[in-house]
Design a protein around this ligand. Structure first.
Ligand code: DP6
Length: 360
């Protein structure tokens, strides 16, 4: 297991003038939620997520040595067009990770990025975006230090992604990733996400996630502000302890494939996340009326059909509908018949569990 200091390099064996890399990294959906953090993007509790397959960011990173090494230098393109408003986020990211990648000021970077999902869909692109950028930077570091092991490569990529956006550290690997120290998960760490190291029952194979786009508008409260409100939150300590308990329960559920128990944990986690928002000071609500309509329809459908479909939410109004691959046909029909009407412009995205970042 690595400590943070192990990721601070002392020297590189190679020198490289210029080149480029390209990686894709997927989004992920948390089952046990990360909500609340300490300094340096250290999570207040452990989390676990399904890595997605179709919703991803594709980022090309070109680099060329420069003379002046006083500042970071980069151009940023989103879907082929210069994107000035993303630049402060990248600047801050570079500042946070410079200690781990001391070569950053030696190069001018051109970052060319695009998403496979419609932008303004309200889907968080920071997880996939930061993970894709971190993978490219690690490819450059590996070129400077070819002796680097595969383990180090992926764990450091996840650590860097975490410093960009916490949940991004779970977008490097598949299919189930946990982040945050948990006694019963070997090699789990607050510093980076790791692939869930135990058996996963075949009920979860190709598990489906259909994302219902309820509200694509800009959120009134960002995740970063929401995390912050967990400081001095009246229920924080109990909530952080509960996340550990729920993760322990999921370890057993992943092994035995008990979907009824899976649903209880996942839906409770989603509602607890939003309960934390509603009980912070200031309080806020990110769900919309249609979010609740959808939840009630899912409960009714599950009751009537006994099909183990459930929902989870991230920090927004959209609903992730989770269900086994074998029930795909019936659930998609249900979504078309009964849920599409609650989606903004009838839009939804079909996704499933995936394997993590890929070099292109
Ligand atoms: C509700 O990773 O977006 O999606 O670390 O401030 O960038 P920052 O926050 P972010 O928070 C995600 C919160 C969540 C739950 C989760 O993905 O675990």
């Amino acid at each position: 297991m690595f400590t943070a200091n192990d990721f601070i390099p002392t020297s590189y064996s190679e020198s490289i003038e210029s080149g480029n890399f390209q990686w894709s990294a997927p989004s992920n959906i948390a089952l046990v939620k990360y909500w609340g953090k300490k300094a340096n993007q250290i999570p207040a509790n452990p989390s676990v997520s399904f890595t997605l397959n179709n919703c991803k960011t594709i980022t090309k990173l070109a680099f060329a040595k420069k003379q002046n090494t006083d500042n970071f230098s980069f151009d940023l393109f989103f879907e082929g067009k210069p994107k000035e408003d993303f630049k402060p986020k990248i600047q801050k990211f570079f500042e946070r990770i410079e200690i781990y990648l001391p070569f950053l000021k030696n190069y001018h970077f051109t970052i060319d990025t695009q998403n496979t999902f419609p932008h303004s869909s309200g889907i968080a692109s920071s997880a996939s975006g930061m993970a894709a950028l971190a993978m490219n930077l690690m490819s450059l570091e590996k070129a400077l230090n070819p002796a680097m092991t595969e383990d180090y490569f992926y764990q450091k990529a996840s650590l860097l992604a975490r410093l960009g956006s916490g949940s991004a550290c779970r977008s490097v690997k598949g299919q189930v990733v946990t982040w945050g120290q948990q006694t019963n998960i070997e090699r789990s760490s607050d510093l980076y996400g790791v692939e869930f190291p135990y058996n996963i029952h075949e009920n979860f194979k190709n598990y489906q996630d259909t994302i219902l786009l309820v509200d694509k508008g800009e959120k009134q409260v960002s995740s970063t502000v929401g995390h912050d409100l967990m400081h001095n939150h009246p229920f924080a300590e109990r909530r952080f302890a509960q996340a550990h308990e729920n993760l322990d329960k999921l370890i057993v559920i992943f092994e035995n494939g008990n979907l009824d128990e899976f649903i209880k944990i996942v839906e409770s986690e989603a509602l607890t996340l939003h309960a934390m928002m509603m009980t912070s000071m200031p309080y806020f609500i990110l769900m919309k009326p249609n979010t609740l309509q959808i939840i009630n329809k899912i409960w009714k459908f599950r009751n009537e059909t006994q099909i183990p479909v459930c929902f989870t939410l991230d920090a927004g109004a959209n609903v992730h509908v989770l269900y086994p691959n074998k029930d795909k046909e019936s659930v998609l029909q249900f979504i078309k018949d009964e849920l599409v009407g609650y989606c903004q412009n009838g839009q939804y995205l079909c996704d499933e569990i995936g394997t993590g970042a890929m070099q292109l």
